[in-house]
Design a protein around this ligand. Structure first.
Ligand SMILES: [Zn+2]
Ligand SMILES: [Zn+2]
Length: 156
């Protein structure tokens, strides 16, 4: 299951870079443009992975074999992706406040860099849960500065 989870990040990265920013750009485009709709065409991918996971469950559950765990890995990844990408980064549900967690901060920055480009080409940071080290360094610096500022106002 964990292997599937990790593999899904690689799959998501690959799909995002070569398929979504490739021949399926027309579906993913909605996610890179500003809009006010509650749902976007890009959400179809949840349906796609959901169906895929369901098939693995159906074929792998009688008796339970490795396919069941692949299905579980896909599902888990889908949930993690939704919570982090849709809820935390894009704030589709407003349940998280600003976080001072370095990983989340770095993740947020990396994804904002990805969204800076509205076109099909020239985007970077295609991964979702994996964050390139340079973002950690910058995120750490920003958080430290915020800390100092906070402390500064306390002692002034
Ligand atoms: Zn994209
Ligand atoms: Zn996004």
């Amino acid at each position: 299951m964990l292997i599937t989870f990790v593999a899904m990040e690689a799959v998501a990265w690959f799909m995002h870079k070569y398929v979504l920013h490739g021949f399926l750009w027309f579906l993913h485009k909605s996610h890179h443009s500003h809009h006010k709709h509650a749902f976007e065409l890009n959400d179809l991918f949840f349906a796609y992975y959901g169906t895929l996971a369901m098939l693995f469950f159906i074929f792998g559950s009688d008796p339970i074999d490795y396919r069941f765990w692949i299905g579980a890995g896909i599902t888990l990844y889908g949930v993690a992706y939704f919570v982090i990408h849709d809820v935390f980064i894009h704030r589709r549900l407003k349940i998280f406040g600003k976080s001072s967690n370095v990983y989340l901060k770095a993740l947020n920055m990396a994804h904002k860099v990805h969204h800076k480009t509205q076109g099909k080409y020239g985007s970077e940071s295609f991964g979702m849960l994996w964050v390139a080290p340079q973002y950690y360094i910058t995120a750490n610096k920003i958080l430290k500065k915020q800390e100092k500022r906070k402390r500064g106002t306390v002692y002034d």
